[in-house]
Design a protein around this ligand. Sequence first.
Ligand code: NAX
Length: 327
Amino acid sequence: MKAPVRVAVTGAAGQIGYALLFRIASGDMLGKDQPVILQMLEITPALPALEGVIMELNDCAFPLLAGTVATDDPNVAFKDADFALLVGAMPRKQGMERKDLLEANGGIFGPQGKAINDHASRDVKVLVVGNPANTNALIAQQNAPDLDPKCFTAMVRLDHNRAMSQLAEKTGAHSTDVKGITIWGNHSSTQYPDLHQATVNGKPALDQVDQDWYENTYIPEVQQRGAAIIKARGASSAASAASAAIDHMRSWALGTTDGEWISMGIPSDGSYGIEPGVIYGYPVTCKGGKYEIVQGLKINDFSRARMDATEKELREERAAVEGLFAK
Ligand code: NAX
């Protein structure tokens, strides 16, 4: 058996936390031979509820669960963390402008970024799930000047999985028959689900669906899927979000399948004309614990306009929170 790794999870007593912790502890994220120590962060009033979650974790008698820590102190939660899943965030309250929301989250992700900078493993893998995920990841990264910016990522994998399953449903295929989808940009309604390289059963996806469906049904439905779940369930996606977080971290840690790619929100580096300075959804492959942007994909005018629109939104979000970056 390998030595245990430390996995920090914030917002651990929330609904995504409840769907996530048990899957991490059962080995779904890092493999059935990798023991984990769960280091769970919550706000002080939620610590009693978190104690209840830990009682349940213990009651599962998971062979891979090597320890638990529950705390309201980010310096404790991120101590020596090898992985950090930042789920807890400030939800949008009635009457709140986007700028207020961004700033309120800056008050959470700035200090957490600093605590990661000061206490986590030097090659920690950070995934931000809490919304607005891309910009929260940017705030955390900008407060961690001692770490490689590539340690900080945001989740667009749920959008990627939704895009796969909706295309599979339309073409009468299984999601495993779908390859080559990219979610470009922000985890928001400006995200761009790109099917230009996608295949279903090895044949171009866009030859199997009509352009009108792609443009006017598929893209908006992938973009608005979160809202549709809230309408149907009366609560936001939780189990599917947790599952996507597991997928994101597993791909990053254990690698992607040869010849396939996934979508991750990562620091832009100029690839595909997206200048550095934002956390942007890209197609990536992963190997040996590192990710790399898939290069050389052809971008037509249709794609360019949508990739630029989602970049513009991210730059506006960045402008609203720049004051929260470490000097
Ligand atoms: P919940 O409100 O159920 O849970 C959030 C938890 O975070 C609460 O227990 C709260 O006490 C805790 N928390 C708040 N501030 C904290 C802090 N400073 N430190 C530690 N814990 C803190 O929300 P849940 O449904 O679990 O969703 C969590 C976040 O995920 C939200 O921001 C949500 O918008 C976001 N989502 C992101 C998705 C993505 O694809 N990137 C999809 C699903 C989800 O909507």
